[in-house]
Design a protein around this ligand. Sequence first.
Ligand code: FES
Length: 143
Amino acid sequence: MSKMWKFGPALPPLDVLPNADVPDWKQAKPGAIAQALGRARERPHGNWYVADASRAFGEKPRHYRIAGEDIVAWRADGEVIMAPDACPHMGARLAGSRVRDGKLICPWHGLALGKGGHGGWKPLAVHDDGVLTWVRIRASEAA
Ligand code: FES
């Protein structure tokens, strides 16, 4: 006779049984969804754009093109940093650069660039809501 394992108290009954009368994709109304999307697009967004899923960002810098801007993004000390993907000196691409102490190292002459910025090169405003990471592009033009 095999031994029975007990893993804890019994689970409570499910509130939703399979095949119960709950909304699913069959009740979706594409016309209503399209209207809601249209209304959302007409609202001012302050030039905030979704960059990627929050979990997509790691310590290795990555390139994004958002609203026509080339952006480099990486994570330092747990925080997502997004900035122009061109160094402030000669415009070297930074997305393929090394990271040291949370700062990108310009591949051309080694300047360290971090969240403090350097001259006109400044990180962009970023908001990580835990699911998506948002970035604000050309904030001065935002309505
Ligand atoms: S060439 Fe990139 S910082 Fe100087």
